[in-house]
Design a protein around this ligand. Structure first.
Ligand code: GLY
Length: 357
């Protein structure tokens, strides 16, 4: 078993990583919550048939009365309507403040269940059981929970740390190729921003089979980096922004593809490649880095560039007539394994994008 502790004062929790861990969800949760009677599992229509029975059996034998709330798979379920339905369900289920909510699934399930747990009865204990690569290396750690609004993604949310994150790498075996590759974009990001040796390890063996053999080490390394960043800057006022490497331009590509053509991971991959090229142009990034990052992304089956209009770039960087002079902070690399914030006027960034990409 690999264990990491997110040591936040008063809100410390463990991240457990082990093949087969799903069947231990009951005893692990019971050890943390000795007085809880009920546990509501939130999951989606993809994950429910695959893993719910195993988790439920463990929870029942640990003495929990288990509730179940299933949402349709997909980002559309992460909205205020499903949040209200979930709140109402939790009250019908008879949840009290000593009981708990568990998220079994990917980022959508984790964000929705986490925000419901943060707000129902002014907060009940929350367990993350992430089953996708993206949620294991990113969204299940660090306490960002949210739902989407018409005005944009993740606009109603909270920082609400889980009591436990329980990761079973075996759940990744059922991911399709694109979903696995999308998660790998975030994995590559950790190498770029924090750990050059880790980047080299991924670059040397980018085939899924090899990555799967090393998956516990990969999950551990990513969660260790995320944990360190979150312990330093839980509320996202400083260091945590380095996790956005590739995401500002990635957002432009998500917009360009109307959030349907490209997955988040594909957009982030192209965003990292573009940020590396911009970094070279700005004299911050060594000239060999864009090629190294593009090579890994291409080997993983991820796009290294995505067509995007200047209008979509402008929207993604929050540029309108009034904001042209206002600064934006772009995350760049000044060497492999080290991210640096780079402040520049939004208007200048758009001009540079037009010239470079
Ligand atoms: N996913 C970025 C963060 O947790 O801050």
């Amino acid at each position: 078993m690999k264990t990491l502790t997110v040591a936040l004062p008063g809100r410390e929790y463990d991240i457990l990583i082990q093949r087969g861990l799903l069947s231990q969800a009951g005893e692990r949760t019971r050890a943390l919550l000795p007085n809880a009677r009920k546990l509501a599992v939130v999951t989606d229509t993809n994950v429910h048939p695959l893993y719910y029975d195993r988790v439920k059996a463990g929870l029942r034998s640990a003495g929990f009365q288990v509730g179940l709330f299933v949402i349709p798979a997909g980002e559309k379920s992460k909205d205020s309507a499903h949040l209200v339905e979930l709140w109402e369900y939790l009250m019908r289920f008879g949840l009290t403040r000593t009981d708990a909510v568990a998220a079994l699934g990917g980022g959508v399930v984790g964000d929705l269940a986490g925000f419901a747990a943060a707000t129902i009865l002014r907060g009940v204990p929350f367990i993350q059981i992430p089953t996708t690569l993206l949620s294991q290396v990113d969204s299940s750690v660090g306490g960002k929970v949210a739902v989407d609004l018409e005005a944009g993604k993740n606009l109603a949310g909270a920082f609400y740390q889980p009591k436990l994150v329980l990761m079973d790498p075996d759940t990744l075996d059922t991911l399709d190729g694109d979903t696995f590759a999308g998660g790998m974009a975030e994995v590559v990001k950790y190498g770029c921003i924090w750990d050059a040796r880790f980047f080299d390890l991924l670059a040397a063996r980018p085939a899924r089979e090899a990555l799967t053999t090393d998956i516990e080490h990969i999950l551990y390394t990513c969660c260790d980096i995320k944990r360190k960043v979150v312990m330093e800057d839980e509320l996202d006022t400083g260091l945590r922004m380095i996790l956005n490497f590739g995401h500002t331009l990635g957002h432009a590509y998500e917009l360009a593809g109307h959030y349907t053509q490209w997955t988040h991971g594909q957009a982030v991959a192209a965003g990292m490649c573009a940020a590396a090229r911009l970094g070279v142009k700005l004299g911050v990034t060594p000239p060999d880095l864009p090629g190294r990052i593009s090579d890994v992304c291409a080997a993983l089956g991820l796009p290294t560039s995505i067509p995007c209009s200047m209008e979509d770039y402008a929207a993604a960087i929050g540029l309108d007539k009034k904001s042209a002079g206002a600064d934006i902070t772009l995350i760049l690399l000044d060497k492999m394994g080290r991210a640096v914030p780079h402040k520049m006027p939004r208007g200048d960034l758009l001009a540079l994008l037009e010239e470079t990409l």
